[in-house]
Design a protein around this ligand. Structure first.
Ligand SMILES: Nc1ncnc2c1ncn2[C@@H]1O[C@H](COP(=O)(O)OP(=O)(O)OP(=O)(O)O)[C@@H](O)[C@H]1O
Length: 560
């Protein structure tokens, strides 16, 4: 497994096409970005102009007696004070609006990209880590417009306008200001990089590692308690938490240093402006109003400009998150996973299946998991797929439902399966996995997602059909809850509910992957007999590594 730290160094590397695509997905289109940028520029101009107008007003007020001479300066101060608050509000509002809209599009876009990978392409991805990539990393990516693009563009425009404005009053003061801005940028960025550069890159992977450990602990609580391993697991969580806290503290120190550097250079720019203009003011060639303005304006400008080193640091964090998202949602789907598309249509009615010399490989595997596999499955047949553990039975099931691609021939209803869109094929061939997922919902909800418009009478009939009618009534009917991952039902009941779901979806071919895996051997045959009986006229491909009563089946394929 890649360590978070090792992974974090990847941020220094060249941008991959997948990473670039994630960053493009995170960037709002220009038509959404220019509005917050325009408000931000007006806010920055108001910040600087407010201090400039205030400096002018105070100085002028100390020099003249009549208030009438101050009229326009008072109006300007009021205007910029209001503008500063209003434009800041508008920039935040429109900036967050653009960013949140993009966030929604980005989440959907990435889930669209992940969907074809499941389940075969996600087998090596840790679920806690995947969750963290899809939640925390995508949240971090929303800062690309908010904390990188908008502040950088705004700061550069406001700084350029301010330097020009100061140059109109005093060229030496403007040059000092420009020099201080550039040196502050270099010093603050380098200091931040040295103190917190590594921390910036480590936050996302360390947060994911913590999330992963917490997720592992919660989902495996029973096992950890059974083996008295909860304390050591909690210690691992504390360790991950401490590592994350350490880098967050370093990051905060970096931010503090940036603020300090910016303040120092703001002071130097002020000192420079005074140094060059005090004598001229004393001998009357430079007005006192201009002196206070060129001296105080740098303080306001640096308030806006302080965003630049922070944006550079934010860019590092955004890149790490983009890389992390890019690795789970690659732009190209592995060749072992079927691509969407295919124009052939499956015929209505019963489907005969012919498999000839089929082999299939899992993504990333060196060897095929099944090879030279041939079998006939006439419509309505009961095919038993047998073989030792690891012989490829589940792989065969994944090929049948087109989660995995294949070499050889797989004809269904007279059509080559690879010419049919996998989604369409899965509407006719359904897989009931070894550990069929039951949602922490009522029986009704667990069934309804297979057929959303099913009536209660239909749901009750299908539950009756799979032999759970009495059990359902004893639990209070369709509203009975199944618990987290079906913890309130036995293994056999779980398989029956999963079959009920598949029957509601009305697949022509049902692939049952080890339905008796979680049932004690004495009851296995009875469960299989019930499931096959409930399947009625549907074709059933039954995968089992334990012997099955041969009278229940019509054909057999032995793998391995
Ligand atoms: N998601 C996966 N990614 C990579 N390799 C896999 C994956 N699933 C299974 N394999 C590999 O494919 C081979 C066949 O596994 P498969 O699960 O198909 O066997 P099986 O006969 O169903 O085993 P069992 O009876 O134990 O469930 C094994 O070597 C296994 O390690």
């Amino acid at each position: 497994m890649t360590s978070p730290i090792a992974e974090s160094t990847a941020a220094d590397t060249k941008m991959t096409p997948a990473e670039r695509e994630v960053l493009e997905l995170a960037t709002p289109p220009a038509k959404r970005m220019w509005v917050p940028i325009a408000w931000a520029v007006l806010w920055g101009i108001s910040v600087v102009s407010l201090l400039a107008a205030s400096a002018f007003l105070i100085t002028r007020a100390s020099l003249i007696i009549h208030i009438l001479w101050l009229g326009w300066a008072i109006v300007a101060v009021r205007m910029f004070a209001l503008g500063r608050a209003v434009f800041r509000y508008l920039k935040q509002l429109s900036g967050h609006d653009a960013s949140f809209r993009q966030l929604a599009e980005m989440r959907v876009g990435l889930l669209d990209r992940l969907e074809p990978l499941a389940p075969a392409g996600l087998a090596r991805t840790r679920r806690g880590d995947l969750l963290s990539r899809l939640v925390d990393d995508i949240d971090e990516l929303q800062f690309l417009p908010l904390r990188v693009i908008e502040p950088l563009i705004t700061s550069v425009i406001v700084a350029a306008l301010t330097v020009v404005g100061v140059a109109i009053m005093s060229v030496p003061a403007a040059l000092t200001l420009l020099g201080c801005l550039l040196v502050a940028l270099i010093v603050a960025t380098l200091a931040q990089l040295m103190i917190a550069g590594a921390a910036d890159r480590q936050v996302a992977p360390l947060r994911a590692a913590l999330g992963d450990r917490v997720h592992d602990t919660i989902t495996n609580l029973e096992t950890l308690r059974a083996y008295d391993a909860l304390d050591s697991q909690l210690a691992r969580i504390h360790e991950a938490d401490a590592a994350l806290r350490r880098v967050l503290v370093r990051r905060s120190i970096g931010e503090g240093v940036v603020t300090g550097v910016v303040t120092i250079f703001a002071g130097l720019a002020t000192a420079g402006a005074l140094w060059f203009n005090v004598d001229a003011t004393a001998n009357g060639t430079f007005t006192p109003e201009f002196l206070t303005m060129v001296a105080l304006v740098p303080l306001a400008l640096f308030e806006v400009f302080a965003q630049v080193p922070v944006a550079v640091a934010a860019w590092r964090r955004v890149r790490v998150s983009a890389q992390r998202v890019a690795t789970v949602a690659p732009t190209t789907v592995p060749s072992e996973i079927p691509q969407p598309g295919g124009t052939a249509k499956l015929p209505e009615g019963p489907l005969d299946i012919t498999i000839t010399d089929v082999s299939a490989r899992w993504p990333g595997a060196a060897q095929p998991a099944i090879q030279g596999c041939s079998v006939e499955i006439p419509a309505g047949a009961r095919l038993l797929v047998a073989g030792e553990s690891g012989s490829g039975k589940s792989t065969f099931a994944n090929v049948l439902v087109r989660f995995l691609d294949y070499d050889g021939t797989y004809r269904i209803g007279g059509v080559e399966a690879r010419d049919v869109d996998p989604e369409l094929l899965r509407q006719r061939v359904g897989l009931i996995e070894q550990r069929a997922h039951l949602f922490n919902e009522s029986i009704r909800q667990n069934l309804l997602f297979a057929k959303p418009d099913a009536t209660d009478a239909e749901l009750e009939a299908v539950i009756e059909r799979v032999g759970l009618g009495g059990w359902m009534r004893s639990r209070g009917g369709l509203d009975a809850h199944l618990g987290e991952r079906g913890s309130l039902v036995s293994g056999g009941q779980g398989q029956r509910i999963a079959l009920a779901r598949a029957l509601l979806a009305d697949f022509d071919v049902l692939v049952l992957d080890e339905p008796t895996a979680n049932v004690d051997p004495g009851r296995a045959d009875a469960l299989v007999a019930d499931l096959l009986d409930a399947a009625g006229s549907h074709t059933v491909v039954l995968i089992s590594h334990t012997p099955i009563d041969e009278r229940l089946i019509s054909a057999k394929l032995v793998l391995g």
